[in-house]
Design a protein around this ligand. Structure first.
Ligand SMILES: Cc1cc2nc3c(=O)[nH]c(=O)nc-3n(C[C@H](O)[C@H](O)[C@H](O)COP(=O)(O)OP(=O)(O)OC[C@H]3O[C@@H](n4cnc5c(N)ncnc54)[C@H](O)[C@@H]3O)c2cc1C
Ligand code: FES
Ligand code: FES
Length: 1319
């Protein structure tokens, strides 16, 4: 076997204990082939080549965690086998040599029994859509597998790389915390029961034993092609030799350690000619304490420093720093370790090396590398080798030299005299974890505590400012030798603000904020250094905003008489979701000859399409076609909800066509122009980049409502696209009679749906010109209608099936339609199966999100806060054309603004503007969320003007609970319920006492503010759905199957339907199976959305059951006779009776609706100097009627609230103003909340079985209302900001738009350096 892996025959590793051997192949054309290539990711290898689709992919950049697997391999430095979670999307298959890989299917499944991690997650309600679940399971499994103590803290830490858009994380953390040694007896019993029920295999933990596949490491092997030469050296000498020989041959060569730079930078970069993996070089993996054996020649131990080989991972570095910090001279390592724990996330850190991080910074100086800051501050020294030469230098020196043909060998970390130096670092990020820094800083202050003097030149390092700025040189010089007093502070701040000049960063944060952060972090460090030398009121400004372990409670009632309805059961699909056995569209095995589509998107926002040149793309081997508008067979218009257009009084002709491919003009950047269809997704993606589109008449895009209003001032008026405005009483008279008046404007931006499963569709042509369609869509009927129109085939030839969605939230109502149509078109044109699974960038570019709004208002009110008159204009951004949804949604806003309020003399006028954005679509609680947030912001504004507690103003405006003026959908019962909720909240939520404590806290803390907001909600539930259900009973065993017209997307629809069917027919729940929605059984069902899909499907299913029961009646025992068993009745009916055991029913829309009431209290703590905030406690009460399925409903409420927290706090969109391109188009720069962003203490309560006479089994909808209540977070933040501003002398009202990110929140506090005092 050669020393380096240049031409080795095979790559070997194991997957789930099955040995794998990937043979070297002769490349077909020196380029991309259909085969496994050296750079194929492990995730693709698992999904496409090993038929193990349990491992999911979404972001492909280490941010979402869907792809996590467990890897056990030998550390070449220690010889130990080590297990860890890694992101398989960033692992090149060649890195897997000798690895033992475990996937979610391997650790437990239906055949062999489930693993306890899978069982507990499923049974403790930790899944909704289930798309994130395999990644969650594998992250937790890796904690157990890697051994060591399992504390609750460790569990929370281990989940920092897994995003979930559905659940709000609480049930996931609860399920996994049961593995911690801290579990109480009750929990232990619970998990014992779960594991017995699920038939679990034993708990797997401890360290890995070498298996046949991985024993005997290190070996050397690599998959090599002419295009990519991979080397796998086992000594540093070999690595250096390979590097110089390959470079001498003129090849582009890349060293590979963890390969995570791919996530940051190189996702779609062209592959290099050659790669040298450093993973098997023992010298690069060593960690040596001072005085350790000097046996390695390249990384000898030193007398006083600790030496880390260059391929030591960040996780290993953290572990060693934590251990070192207990030793004199290394106490500062605790600060370094703490900081590193918020660099990337656990699975990334398990692969990422510190040297790789430094090299990213070397290539991209603007990268705010935390590792660079920490190592520079700690005065680490690097050893860098080239050929036989080794040079030693400080970290910063590396940035002055070329690194061509060089390898970083090691870093030595010297001790630091903790009595002499203050070592403090900061990282301020858009969300709590798993995000790169807006600005980071590391300070080393030589400080004499007796004299308070800065004894030598300090080190003040900043990241995120510019590619050139690292040291605040002038400030460092200024501080040297000075006493740290107020004069020095102000002098230093003036110099610092002068030398910090941030470069514009259109993706992340504005210049002004980053400059502010630099000064504020410096001030924080000074406060930290001076400790109790500064007054108590200032001290908390020097502390970090920490977050203790999360906890939560869930309260609900259940009535056994109704079971299995109203019973808290695990979701029907939960177990197969946690084991990766649940199949999503993208998981379906490829049919023979299946092709892949990749979009060509417009790169400008408004232009004429002059020419489309597809020649270069068509010339790529493996490309089968490039489809454009001229290839459309039927109509190039996927107009959705056509049937509703006349019903709403709209005119189809006044609506711009919704083109599958842009024909004449592009209307937004990201609009589809063509589709490349090729043998693989990779080929299609590369070829799509070769399609040249020429544009003419390029105009600057109109992106925002304000820009549009300049061009379409009529948007401020009543829009012809929305119904008449809402007016009660005499608005002018109301306004004129009020002693006080105010005016304001408030904006609420869009939100991406950010489904973990991106838009996905497969179309398979079959006999007789029929198409089998599998589309991840919320509206199966629309899929059929749209394909029929675009491809021009009759609807009865389209067999469309939707089994489940990996998240939707409205994002799969209209957005999938053009994609389904394009795939069908390609399938028909090429007579081949075609699959389109969008990558995250295309998904975000093409698809629309939540509609943005601009709200302007004028309110007249009295001293109590009671509003006498209100005028409100609500303008929505409809995107490039008005649609049925942009018609309906602003009218929702109009009606729902009233919420629980009296609304005398109110006028609400909705309007829409069109812009160069994708046409609007619905997003969870569309319009309602905006309406409730808008009116609550008015209430906060009034309260601010009157210097009153906002709750008092709200109360002054209640229509409820007195019922003097019931809201249109409110009832007497609602009034009673609402007063009960308020009383209970004040009592159990300790509202008064907590408010008093908060006031005291705010007085005692200048740079920390807390606030508690309390928000009511009345959410009217409409009843416009039409849903069908087909229920069949099987006469051989009496089991039951249901196919309904709804779509299971995580909301527990199938579970609720099964519960209702089981109860109606009187069969056990596990005898009911729910089948996919299909166009044969349920052709006319409407979209699943608006929270009512579950109810409507349950009603249809119940009606079908009642029909069946009626048919079975004659075969039941006569009165007085012993009851016949179910199976006997069924068999008699089917056999002798010839009874039809299938029944189909349609639940048609009903005129009546009902209201969902809610009340939420949220307490926030704000770091005024940074804008970071944490929600310490949220109490949420919701009236779910008599819940059909309490765990499902609690999950819906928690998940809704979590999604709303993203909407109001973290999810900011940014655009390129010149082109309209969405810059926040990846998981790297768009920030849905992580589990650490959730309320620390989240208490959810379903009102005790409050029967809803209109709802099925007296239930109410739960999917959406809680999103509306999440605006409580914005209101709390607004109050905290106001408290901070008051301390700065700003008593005026400041508008807090949504989202209020960490950046927006801090900037609203309007701090400035002159306010920074020390006394
Ligand atoms: C999701 C995600 C979040 C992240 N968040 C943060 C963050 O918050 N803060 C932060 O600082 N970083 C962050 N990072 C960056 C991360 O720390 C780096 O990607 C990682 O440390 C790189 O190490 P690697 O071993 O994977 O390098 P690789 O990807 O293997 O290599 C990176 C580069 O370094 C070169 N290289 C590797 N080893 C050597 C060597 N010994 N000598 C010379 N050249 C070498 C390679 O040729 C390549 O050019 C994040 C990364 C991801 C994926
Ligand atoms: S797909 Fe790998 S982390 Fe998202
Ligand atoms: S259950 Fe986590 S993303 Fe849907």
């Amino acid at each position: 076997m050669p020393a380096s892996g240049g031409n080795v025959a095979a790559l070997t590793f194991s997957i789930n204990n099955q040995p794998q051997q990937v043979l070297k192949r002769a490349p077909k054309d020196g380029g991309v082939t259909n085969d496994v290539t050296p750079t194929t990711s492990l995730a693709d290898y698992l999904r496409l080549h090993s038929q193990l689709p349990g491992t999911k992919t979404m972001c492909r950049e280490g941010m979402c965690g869907a792809c996590v697997v467990n890897v056990t391999s030998q550390n070449p430095a220690t010889g130990q086998m080590e297990s860890r979670a890694v992101n398989s999307c960033m692992v090149p298959i060649n890195a897997c040599q000798d690895w033992k890989i475990e996937t979610v299917e391997g650790i437990g499944n239906r055949r062999d029994g489930y693993h306890p991690v899978q069982a507990r997650l499923a049974h403790m309600n930790g899944t909704q859509c289930g798309y994130c679940s395999p990644g969650m399971v594998m992250s937790m499994y890796s904690v157990l597998k890697s051994g060591g103590e399992v504390s609750q803290e460790r569990v929370e830490q281990a989940m920092d790389g897994n995003l979930c858009r559905c659940t709000g994380y609480r049930p996931i953390l609860d399920a996994f915390k049961t593995f911690s040694e801290e579990s109480d007896a009750k929990t232990k019993q619970l998990v014992k029961d779960i594991e017995e029920t699920a038939g679990c295999r034993g708990r797997s933990g401890g360290s890995c034993q070498p298996t046949e596949a991985c024993a005997g490491c290190p070996r050397s092997a690599a998959l090599t092609s002419a295009a990519n030469d991979w080397r796998l050296p086992t000594t540093l000498q070999q690595a250096l030799g390979d590097l110089s020989s390959m470079a001498a041959g003129g090849k582009s060569v890349r060293l590979v350690a963890g390969n995570t730079a791919m996530g940051v930078l190189d996702k779609y970069n062209a592959p290099s000619d050659g790669y040298i993996s450093l993973l098997k070089v023992p010298d690069l993996r060593v960690i040596k304490r001072p005085g350790a054996s000097k046996e390695t020649s390249w990384c000898p131990a030193t007398a006083s420093s600790v030496v880390f080989g260059a391929a030591v991972t960040l996780s290993e570095l953290i572990e060693e720093l934590q251990a070192l910090s207990k030793t004199a001279g290394y106490r500062h390592c605790a600060v370094m370790a703490q900081h590193l724990l918020v660099v990337a996330n656990t699975p990334v850190r398990n692969a990422a090396t510190w040297a790789g991080n430094l090299m990213i910074k070397h290539r991209h100086r603007e990268f705010p590398s935390d590792v660079f800051l920490l190592l520079t501050a700690a005065k680490a020294r690097l050893k860098i080798a080239e050929g036989r030469q080794v040079e030693e230098m400080p970290v910063e020196k590396m940035y002055e030299i070329s690194m061509n043909n060089k390898i970083i060998v090691s870093m030595s970390l010297p001790p630091m005299d903790e009595g002499k130096y203050v070592f403090k670092t900061y990282k301020i990020t858009p969300r709590a974890i798993s995000a790169h820094a807006y600005v980071n800083a590391a300070f080393v202050l030589p400080f004499d505590s007796a004299t308070t003097k800065v004894t030598e030149r300090p080190t003040l390092l900043f990241g995120g400012i510019s590619d050139k700025f690292v040291h605040a040189d002038a400030t460092e010089r200024y501080l040297t030798g000075r006493r740290l007093d107020e004069g020095t502070l102000q002098g230093a701040l003036a110099i610092l603000l002068d030398e910090v000049r941030p470069y514009p960063d259109p993706e992340l944060a504005d210049v002004a904020y980053r400059k502010t952060l630099a000064s504020n972090l410096f001030y924080k460090m000074v406060l930290h250094t001076l400790g109790d030398r500064v007054p108590a009121r200032l001290r908390s400004g020097g502390e970090d905003l920490t977050r203790p372990l999360a906890r939560g409670t869930q309260e609900f009632d259940t009535d056994k008489k109704l079971w299995p309805v109203n019973q808290a059961v695990p979701k029907l699909e939960a177990q197969i979701q946690t084991s990766g056995e649940a199949e999503y569209v993208g998981d379906q095995p490829a049919a023979p000859g299946e092709l892949h589509g990749y979009y060509v998107l417009a790169t400008v926002g408004s232009a004429k399409v002059d020419a489309i040149n597809t020649l270069a793309a068509l010339a790529v081997r493996g490309v089968r076609a490039v489809l454009t508008a001229s290839d459309v067979i039927g109509s190039n218009n996927y107009l959705t909800f056509r049937a509703y257009i006349p019903l709403l009084g709209m005119d189809e002709k006044s609506m711009m066509p919704q083109q599958v491919f842009a024909e004449d003009r592009v209307q937004f950047c990201g609009q589809p122009i063509g589709l490349v269809v090729a043998d693989t997704m990779e080929i299609a993606r590369k070829a799509a980049a070769l399609v040249r589109v020429e544009y003419a008449e390029v105009a600057p895009p109109v992106l925002t409502i304000r820009q549009a209003l300049e061009k379409q001032p009529e948007g401020r008026q009543q829009s012809k696209f929305v119904p008449a405005n809402l007016t009660t009483g005499d608005v002018e008279a109301g306004l004129n009679s009020a002693p006080h008046r105010l005016k304001g404007e408030w904006e609420m931006a869009s939100q991406y749906h950010f489904t973990m499963e991106t838009q996905s569709v497969r179309v398979v042509p079959c006999e007789d010109g029929q198409l089998n369609v599998f589309c991840a869509a919320q509206a199966n009927k629309e899929v059929v209608d749209v394909i029929s129109g675009v491809v021009n085939i009759p609807a009865n030839k389209i067999n469309s099936e939707v089994r489940r969605l990996g998240g939707a939230y409205g994002g799969k109502i209209t957005n999938p339609m053009p994609i389904a149509a394009a795939a069908a078109l390609a399938a028909v044109r090429l007579n081949k199966p075609v699959r389109i699974v969008l990558d995250i960038e295309t998904n975000i570019a093409m698809c629309s999100g939540r509609m943005p709004y601009l709200v302007s208002y004028e309110a007249g009110f009295d001293d109590t806060g009671k509003i006498h008159g209100l005028k409100m204009h609500v303008i929505a951004n409809a995107g490039y054309t008005n649609t049925v949804l942009s018609f309906i949604e602003p009218s929702h806003v109009m009606h729902m603004v009233k919420s629980v309020y009296r609304a005398d003399n109110w006028s609400v006028t909705p309007g829409t503007v069109t812009t160069n954005q994708p046409m609007s679509t619905a997003c969870r609680a569309p319009g309602t969320t905006n309406a409730i947030a808008a009116i609550e912001m008015v209430m906060n504004h009034v309260a601010h003007q009157l210097n009153k507690d906002p709750w008092e103003v709200r109360q002054a405006n209640f229509a409820l609970p007195t019922a003097e003026v019931p809201t249109p959908m409110g009832t007497e019962q609602d009034n009673k319920v609402f007063s009960m909720m308020i009383n209970e909240m004040f009592d159990k939520g300790d509202i008064k006492q907590r408010k008093a404590e908060i006031n005291a806290f705010n007085k005692a803390n200048r740079w920390r503010k807390r606030s508690l907001a309390l928000l009511p909600m009345l959410y009217p539930v409409g009843t416009m759905a039409k849903m069908s259900a087909l229920v069949s009973i099987y006469d051989n065993d009496g089991t039951v199957a249901v196919s309904h017209g709804g779509v299971e997307m995580g909301q527990g629809l199938n579970t609720k339907v099964a519960q209702v069917v089981a109860r109606e027919l009187g069969v056990p729940l596990d005898q009911v199976s729910v089948k996919p929605n299909n166009s044969l059984a349920n052709p006319g069902s409407t979209v699943t959305g608006g929270s009512i899909g579950s109810e409507w499907c349950c009603m249809a299913a119940r009606s079908a059951c009642q029909q069946l029961l009626e048919r079975l009646k004659p075969f039941r025992a006569a009165e007085g006779e012993p009851q016949r068993p179910w199976l006997q009745v069924v068999q008699m009916a089917s056999g002798k009776g010839g009874v039809n055991l299938s029944a189909h029913c349609v639940q048609a829309p009903k005129p009546a609706g009902y209201s969902v009431l809610g009340l939420t209290a949220a307490e926030v703590e704000l770091d005024v100097l940074t804008g970071e905030n944490r929600f310490n406690r949220v109490d949420l009460y919701e009236d779910a009627g008599q819940s059909l399925s309490p765990w499902v409903d609690v999950g819906q409420i928690e998940g809704s609230f979590a999604m709303g927290m993203g909407l109001f706090l973290t999810e900011r969109h940014r655009y390129d103003p010149a082109t309209g391109q969405k810059l926040t188009n990846r998981a790297w720069n768009y920030y849905p909340p992580t589990h650490k962003d959730m309320p620390r203490d989240f208490r959810v309560k379903l009102l005790k079985n409050n029967k809803n006479d209109i709802g099925i089994f007296n239930s109410k909808a739960t999917g959406e209302p809680a999103v509306c209540m999440s605006s409580v977070c914005l209101m709390a933040l607004q109050q905290a900001v106001a408290a901070a501003r008051r301390d700065s002398g700003h008593n005026d009202w400041v508008t807090i738009n949504a989202p209020s990110t960490v950046e927006d929140t801090q900037m609203a506090c309007q701090t400035s350096a002159e306010m920074f005092v020390l006394s």
